[in-house]
Write a protein that binds this ligand. Structure first.
Ligand SMILES: [Zn+2]
Length: 188
């Protein structure tokens, strides 16, 4: 823990050394994109995208799940998405899955249909020996849930918002993006 404390203490000087103008961050919050990903510590969005403070609005959730929208019971995730879309006006949202995601991997090893991986009781990981394919499917399922959010649909309709599904492989550093027309994930 002490190393984290030390880094926190040193951050102002470190930021200055890297030409991060922190005072400007107090003036506005206008991130370029939203990034939704699993909380897995091996996946580091800011490192992956080389963004600077203020550029990326992040939502990290267990398993990278985007829960189904429920107007009667809005979740913290849905409120965070609505804030990004309606208040911050982000133009792009990336949903990023990753390899070796514990839950997806466990579901495949159990060789059974596991409800609740996506947060939707009616959805389940398809039976398959291909863990990577299951991981891709999981990311796309979250993109579908995102599309169903009432704040997202109108922005998609007027083309002021774009959704992207990525898949990151922490062990190789490679990142893939889903190409809808080809129905496959290809390297960025
Ligand atoms: Zn994960």
């Amino acid at each position: 823990m002490q190393d984290l404390i030390d880094q926190g203490c040193a951050f102002p000087a470190s930021a200055a050394a890297h030409s991060l103008h922190l005072e400007r961050l107090a003036e506005q919050h206008r991130p370029r994109a939203m990034f939704i990903a699993c909380s897995d510590a091996r996946l580091v969005p800011s490192l992956l995208t080389a963004v600077r403070p203020g550029d990326l609005y992040e939502l990290r959730t267990h398993r990278g799940v985007v829960p189904p929208y429920d107007a009667k019971k809005p979740t913290g995730e849905s409120r965070t998405i609505a804030y990004a879309v309606d208040e911050l006006g982000v133009a792009d949202i990336v949903v990023c899955g990753h390899s070796d995601c514990d839950v997806v991997t466990a579901a495949m090893h159990d060789n059974r249909r596991v409800s609740g991986v996506t947060g939707c009781a009616e959805e389940s990981v398809p039976l398959s020996e291909d863990v990577t394919a299951a991981g891709h499917w999981h990311a796309l399922t979250q993109l579908d849930a995102l599309s169903d959010c009432p704040c997202v649909a109108p922005r998609l309709a007027d083309r002021s918002l774009r959704l992207h599904a990525w898949f990151q492989e922490p062990d190789t550093g490679a990142t893939l993006a889903h190409h809808p027309r080809a129905s496959t994930f290809l390297p960025l």
